[in-house]
Design a binder for this molecule. Structure first.
Ligand SMILES: Cc1ncc(COP(=O)(O)O)c(C=O)c1O
Length: 461
């Protein structure tokens, strides 16, 4: 093994690997080098003889992978990471800080606390706010809802399951919210759907009726989960009206800002988040709109003490003195993970080297580019669009004389043909009983011309 730890060998290898990535950035090739799952399975049998050439293996892996840095990538909400942020992850992986306890991540844990407080401050959550970083928005939503349960159940819900509770959840909330309520043992009735308008925005006026209906079914409702913004259409729930309702009714307010909380960094777009400062908990993903590689999600609590309640158990072999704020540096007390990556490094470093202003400008530009694209599509007359509020846009190509079924099939067929050709990557979704094409303009390298070329490709397909 010793030779594999040779510093000079590593130095040489590292330079060649960075060259590979720089080449991939310079000439990304096909957005998605299309192969079927079985074809890829056949291309990657495990070889365990140890005789492989790492640079060759990595070059093949890069060549076969979806290229998020391609200006014509506009697919799922995963960012084209800043290359420098990817280097931070290399360092993070090399250092391999366990991070659950302070001694296994002295810098990691300090940076995490600072970054988390910085994010909370940008949302206006106040001086008492605190939280943690965790592995993705889904884990983040579960963490927040666990804390809500402990705060509002009225008994020690960590130790005693008690009767099932419920959260009011917008119809278009991300599935990880209803997954979290099921994980907590609340069953199918644990996430009570609140009707949405045609764009997928929660109707705050329906909250009281949804709650009353749930209570008639024997459920006690403890909170509301709002989206800022929603996954499918990228629209923001009316946070102020929802916060008013929660304040009046004594409900916990959770805001899933995995994607859209980043609007807080833009002077031009910040207004969309009005009301978020009144949330009890917020989730905000770095790997969506902060240009850092997956995974890194902040789970923020307006009352930072709630952060110690999500996972109330103690592991005395790991932690001295149990939970409580006195032990903020033992992060594992507050996260799903025990061993976790040094997640804060990339966020901390991007803030220091790129800066908040540039990130805010990036967010605003993607939102504005998407709005312009929607206007051009609507003006063209052969596209139907759902007016966007962020950098997510749903649209469909409409041709005269086609019924809804044929139009649905046409969207799906056009997408399939285009993505298999490797020229673009975008996705589709079902909304209001119809199939829509969906782009997320997340890559800072994407230009208006790329989006127009996509529209033309859809017309031609
Ligand atoms: C609003 C929202 N919440 C949560 C998630 C889940 O986040 P993750 O993929 O980081 O688990 C997503 C993912 O798209 C999302 O859009």
């Amino acid at each position: 093994m010793k030779e594999h730890y040779d510093p000079e060998r590593f130095r040489e290898l590292g330079k060649r690997v960075v060259d590979l990535l720089a080449d991939a950035l310079a000439a990304p090739g096909a957005v998605l080098p299309w192969r079927t799952p079985d074809e890829n399975l056949a291309r990657w049998p495990v070889r365990d003889d140890g005789g492989g050439d790492l640079v060759e293996i990595l070059a093949r892996a890069i060549a076969g992978s979806t290229r998020l840095h391609h200006p014509r990538y506009a697919g799922h909400q995963v960012t084209a990471p800043l290359p420098a942020a990817a280097l931070c992850d290399l360092v993070s992986a090399f250092l391999n800080q366990g991070s659950a306890v302070y001694e296994m991540g002295p810098v990691a844990n300090a940076m995490e606390r600072q970054v988390v407080r910085w994010m909370a401050s940008r949302l206006g959550l106040g001086d008492a706010a605190d939280g943690v970083l965790t592995s993705g928005g889904s884990a983040g939503n579960l963490t927040a809802l666990l804390a809500a349960r402990q705060a509002r159940a009225g008994w020690d819900a960590w130790s005693e399951p008690g009767p099932p509770l419920a959260f009011l959840v917008g119809e278009s909330a991300h599935y990880s919210i209803s997954r979290a309520t099921r994980i907590m043992g609340w069953g199918a009735g644990g996430a009570v759907a609140v009707p949405a308008d045609a764009s997928g925005r929660m109707r705050a006026g329906e909250l009281a009726a949804a709650r009353a209906a749930a209570e008639r079914r024997g459920r006690r409702v403890i909170g509301v989960a709002a989206s800022a913004c929603s996954t499918a259409t990228g629209v923001y729930d009316p946070l102020e009206a929802i916060a008013d309702h929660c304040a009046r009714e004594g409900l916990w307010l959770h805001v899933d800002g995995a994607h859209g909380a980043a609007a807080a960094l833009s002077e031009r777009q910040r207004w969309r988040l009005r009301g978020i400062e009144r949330a009890d908990s917020v989730v905000w993903d770095g790997h969506k709109m902060l240009l850092v590689p997956a995974l890194v999600t902040a789970v923020l609590f307006r009352d930072g003490r709630r952060s110690y309640e999500a996972f109330a158990q103690e592991a005395s072999y790991l932690y001295d003195g149990g939970g409580g704020e006195a032990n903020w540096w033992d992060l594992g007390l507050r996260t799903l993970e025990c061993t976790k990556l040094m997640m804060a490094l990339k966020l901390w470093a991007v803030l220091a080297t790129v800066g908040e202003r540039a990130l805010g400008e990036y967010v605003a530009e993607t939102y504005e580019r998407t709005a312009r694209f929607a206007e051009r599509l609507a003006a063209a007359g052969d596209f139907e669009v759902i007016p966007p509020e962020s950098n997510i846009l749903c649209f469909r190509h409409v041709l005269p004389g086609m019924d809804e079924g044929a139009l649905d099939a046409r969207q799906a067929r056009a997408r399939e043909e285009i993505i298999r050709g490797g020229g673009f990557y975008f996705v589709k979704t079902r909304l209001g009983g119809k199939t829509w094409l969906r782009v997320t303009v997340i890559n800072p390298l994407t230009r208006d011309e790329d989006l127009d070329a996509l529209a033309d490709a859809v017309r031609r397909a």
